[in-house]
Design a protein around this ligand. Structure first.
Ligand SMILES: Nc1ncnc2c1ncn2[C@@H]1O[C@H](COP(=O)(O)OP(=O)(O)O)[C@@H](O)[C@H]1O
Ligand SMILES: Cc1ncc(COP(=O)(O)OP(=O)(O)O)c(N)n1
Length: 269
């Protein structure tokens, strides 16, 4: 008899070097023991030196991919990543708003840590207006949280304030990932505000390395996997922070500059 397998989905861009985007999501899904599927919204040409070109999928093709997933599979949880512009956000919103893909983790991919802009500025408000109200969790990085909340985030108090401000825009749970651009840091601390009003800081030691491409994608897709397997939101976030930390710490030698993290560490967890 065949085993029933937990099925999850990423709606995201393809990143040719395999470090981030849908490729990182699918590797993470595999590492976390769930069956991953992908709907591609865009594709970027990139390597460890950076992103050098990109193309958006036609919205009709995004719709076709989602239709084929809906027609055949039972998705327990999903995430969105790179959505490029308002037209793609609108298309994805229309296709997912029936709730048939289960728990929704929105990774508001705006900018990579090396400065590539993956969402047009005119689309920030569309993301807030259309997708935030549907999201069970949003996971902005430090820069994205600043942009989306309009706050400077110069102190822990301001990060807490930003999380409340973002939650007022509709998402049930908020995780603001901490700053890690400064090499003198001891810890990277993320702030989590849960649906029931509870909140906590979650920290791991700062790792000094150039191999951090795809950390945000890995974190959010791991949360999707853990929720699909039955964890609570808090458990899924805690497990995924540890998984991402260990994937950064156990470096692999791929690429000449800013390399990927290590998705092969699942056996040790
Ligand atoms: N150098 C680092 N050392 C330890 N943890 C890190 C490091 N870089 C990122 N992280 C962690 O990886 C996760 C993803 O965050 P981040 O890199 O900010 O996302 P994004 O890729 O969206 O910019 C967070 O939990 C963050 O704290
Ligand atoms: C296609 C594509 N999607 C997303 C990213 C950025 O990934 P993320 O993990 O959010 O950020 P970095 O850690 O890579 O900065 C990407 N590069 N490509």
């Amino acid at each position: 008899m065949m085993n029933e397998f937990t099925q999850v989905l990423t709606i995201a861009g393809s990143d040719s070097d395999g470090s981030a985007g849908a490729q990182a999501d699918l590797k993470t899904f595999m590492a976390r023991g769930v069956y991953g599927m992908s709907v591609l919204t865009a594709a970027v040409a990139g390597n460890s030196y950076g992103i050098h070109d990109s193309i958006n999928m036609p919205t009709s093709f995004i719709k076709s991919q989602i239709k084929d997933i809906k027609d055949d599979f039972k998705i327990s949880a999903f995430k969105t990543g790179m959505l490029s512009d308002s037209e793609i956000i609108h298309t994805v919103t229309e296709e997912i708003k029936d709730g048939s893909f289960g728990t929704f983790v929105l990774d508001p991919v705006i900018i990579t840590k090396h400065g590539a802009m993956l969402l047009e500025e005119e689309a920030y408000q569309t993301l807030i207006d259309e997708l935030f109200p549907l999201a069970d969790l949003i996971t902005p990085n430090f820069y994205e949280a600043k942009k989306l909340s309009g706050l400077e985030l110069n102190s822990k108090e301001e990060i807490v304030k930003a999380a409340h401000k973002l939650r007022d825009l509709g998402p049930k749970n908020i995780m603001i990932k901490g700053e890690h651009a400064d090499d003198s840091l001891d810890y990277v601390e993320d702030f989590v505000l849960l649906e029931d009003g509870q909140s906590f800081w979650i920290s791991e030691p700062y790792i000094k390395t150039d191999h951090v491409n795809g950390t945000g994608d890995t974190l959010s897709s791991s949360i999707v996997a853990e929720i699909a397997k039955g964890s609570s939101m808090e458990e899924a976030i805690r497990i995924s922070k540890t998984f991402t930390y260990r994937a950064i710490k156990n470096e692999i030698d791929v690429g000449h500059k800013f390399g990927p993290i290590n998705h092969f560490i699942h056996d040790e967890l």
